[in-house]
Write a protein that binds this ligand. Structure first.
Ligand SMILES: Nc1ncnc2c1ncn2[C@@H]1O[C@H](COP(=O)(O)OP(=O)(O)OP(=O)(O)O)[C@@H](O)[C@H]1O
Ligand SMILES: O=C(O)C1=C[C@@H](O)[C@@H](O)[C@H](O)C1
Length: 297
């Protein structure tokens, strides 16, 4: 396959085919003719379907290039812009971790608004995992009722039972990134299910959570209803109480990804402008060192 691939791109004049190297995870790195594309990099990935016999594997060629000084958001991952540089780091790290991860699921825990869904989607794409959201699963089993409606009609206890059922089902699967409900950590039985994989706590300062949530409203977040004051103060008051109650439960996670730590590492003045991809990269780095240091052994 690789030889065929080399041949098929011989005519492609801006690719120096003599300089193809294989990277882990099937990534082929191709350097370009520096005369014409000075300062740019090009990566090609061969992806194939597992269900088809090896000698008939179709080949999907993904080509991306980046020019030096191109750091603006240019690729889209779901709704999250991922810069080419971040995208390459994510791809390389993910490919390196394929074996180490051994198809284990990743459970993302954290307060509402911490970015479990946003970061989870970026991670799942990079790892070529599927993405799942336990809140959405509960809504599906309830025939499309929203979480807020379930709380209102049946109460929190009922919702928590459904959440536990959803996590139990997910614990039997592999190659999933799961965004868990913000309160999933409070039930020990849920930890039993999440221990089937690697759990990651997105630890976001409460002021940042309140800013994010007050920007979009609390309509879909029943536990934030009922405070008085402006949207930011209401969210801040309620979230602070919840975080105080749950701090210890979140710290049961195998890995804690602190936004303050990422901001200081990247020399950002605050935590509000960390890209989902930068957070996903930190998650991968921490998972790698957790597993290499015998985590889950
Ligand atoms: N890195 C980021 N920078 C800026 N805004 C972000 C970032 N990540 C997420 N957001 C925004 O914060 C809000 C919450 O994000 P998201 O839905 O991913 O969080 P969540 O943890 O899944 O929340 P919930 O548990 O309430 O469903 C969204 O409006 C999202 O666009
Ligand atoms: O923090 C919580 O307890 C919740 C978070 C959401 O994801 C939903 O699971 C629900 O609104 C409860």
């Amino acid at each position: 396959m690789e030889a065929q691939f080399r041949q098929s791109i011989q005519q492609c004049k801006w690719v120096d085919t003599g300089n193809i190297s294989r990277k882990p995870g099937g990534l082929l790195q191709v350097s370009q003719r520096t005369k014409e594309f000075s300062g740019s990099r090009m990566f090609m990935t061969i992806q194939s379907s597992r269900r088809i016999p090896a000698h008939h594997k179709p080949c999907l060629l993904k080509v991306s290039s980046s020019l030096k000084n191109t750091s603006g958001p240019v690729l889209k991952s779901g709704n999250s812009p991922v810069s080419l540089d971040e995208s390459l780091v994510l791809k390389n790290k993910s490919a390196r971790m394929e074996q180490l991860l051994n198809a284990r699921c990743i459970y993302i825990v954290g307060m509402m608004g911490s970015g479990k869904t946003t970061v989870g989607r970026v991670l799942s794409e990079a790892l070529r995992y599927s993405f799942s959201d336990s809140d959405l699963l509960v809504e599906e089993t309830m025939g499309g009722m929203s979480v807020a409606e379930i709380f209102k009609q049946y109460g929190e206890g009922f919702f928590r039972d459904k959440e536990t059922e959803a996590l139990k089902g997910l614990s039997m699967m592999n190659r999933l990134v799961v965004s868990t409900g913000g309160g999933a950590v409070i039930r020990p039985i849920n930890w039993k299910h999440m221990r089937s994989g690697i759990s990651v706590w997105l630890d976001v300062p409460v002021e940042c959570l309140a800013r994010r949530i007050s920007a979009v409203g609390t309509g879909s977040r029943p536990l934030l209803h009922g405070e008085s004051g402006d949207a930011y103060s209401k969210a801040l008051t309620r979230l602070s109480t919840l975080l105080e109650e749950r701090g210890e439960s979140y710290s049961n996670a195998d890995i804690r990804v602190s936004f303050e730590h990422i901001a200081s590492k990247l020399k950002h003045v605050d935590v509000d402008n960390l890209s989902p991809a930068a957070i996903a990269i930190e998650v991968l780095e921490q998972i790698e060192s957790f597993l290499k240091n015998g985590g889950l052994a």
